[in-house]
Design a protein around this ligand. Sequence first.
Ligand SMILES: NC(=O)c1ccc[n+]([C@@H]2O[C@H](COP(=O)([O-])OP(=O)(O)OC[C@H]3O[C@@H](n4cnc5c(N)ncnc54)[C@H](O)[C@@H]3O)[C@@H](O)[C@H]2O)c1
Length: 356
Amino acid sequence: MRDKGGQWVEAQYESNAIGYVPTAASGFGPDTGIKPSEVRENAFIIYSGFQELGSPFKSVAVNMSFEITPRDSLIPASEKDAGTLQARFSLKGKTAIITGGGAGIGLAVAHGFAEFGANVALWYLKNDNTPKRAREIESFYGVRCIALKVDVRNAEEVQNSVERSVRDLNGRLDIVIANAGIPWVQGEIGSAQDPVGHYRDVMQTNVDGVFYTAMAASKHWYRQKQHGTDLDGRPLENFKLGSFIATASMSGSIVNIPQMQSVYNASKAAVIHLVRSLSVEWARYARANTVSPGYMLTEISNFVPQATHDIWQAKTPQGREGEPHELQGAYLYLASDAATYTTGADLVVDGGYCAP
Ligand SMILES: NC(=O)c1ccc[n+]([C@@H]2O[C@H](COP(=O)([O-])OP(=O)(O)OC[C@H]3O[C@@H](n4cnc5c(N)ncnc54)[C@H](O)[C@@H]3O)[C@@H](O)[C@H]2O)c1
């Protein structure tokens, strides 16, 4: 409950007191261990002790008069069915696939999802430490986490790996993060060593890979929404819509300088519009959104000279590159039932780069 100063306080209940004491389960503050009882507006209640959040318990007797605001009087009826916001952010029991999940942004997102209760399939191509990362996630967060070697440029491999991930986790699919991607590393196309070969590789990884992943995932979401069951025919709990999130880039909306990377920029623009279009195509059974990071500190830009990093930092209003964990909240929001009405969006997370 709140005291008169608006602070959350934890209270010990006196036997003769009458009132409504919010619990963590009701989404109204710390768990007092006391079940909500009779609600009475503006009741005068005697508590034998109270504790301000974060401070040690003080055993002092206090008389407090406070406004009792039962949760049900605050929220519209429709929201009662949706559950608390905290519950809607939970991914407990859900299954997520993350491509390019062995390092960088994908691995950070995997940690975030596991922290919120999801079982995770980490897909990787070259990063052979990924099975070890998966075991660490399993033991640290107490969820299931598997690692699968998958080349997202291969449609059949992607299809089979989605089936295997769903089967090996818990027979359902909730979230897919199409995050695998590669940079353009050959500079201006006029002087590039192998512009056609490199073009194909970038487009096949960044665009075809997202398309193949989306295609394989959508079949599950369509079936799950139609039949309301998992692969074994058991009724699905807590499934509203699938959530597909592709890692695009601010480069899909702006042209970076000083590095020349037209093909990468075009690949990310294609991802943003492909996913926006899928959001309409899938509206009844899945949501589709993109996250567009600005400059993030990951291995993908290891080949870039420090002088270029300095320019990037100078051009970013926050004056620095981002850390992968600073994207976790964006992915969690879009993945979760906190975002049931968010589809077709491109969420730019760039330290303000695109703002000016
Ligand atoms: N780091 C940044 O500044 C930045 C900014 C905007 C967008 N992005 C995008 O974020 C995504 C993740 O990149 P990151 O920064 O974490 O770098 P990263 O290099 O750590 O991650 C990319 C991952 O994709 C995997 N991958 C590459 N080709 C693949 C293939 N054919 N099949 C399967 N996996 C493949 C790599 O093995 C790697 O694990 C990429 O799509 C990238 O374009 C990164």
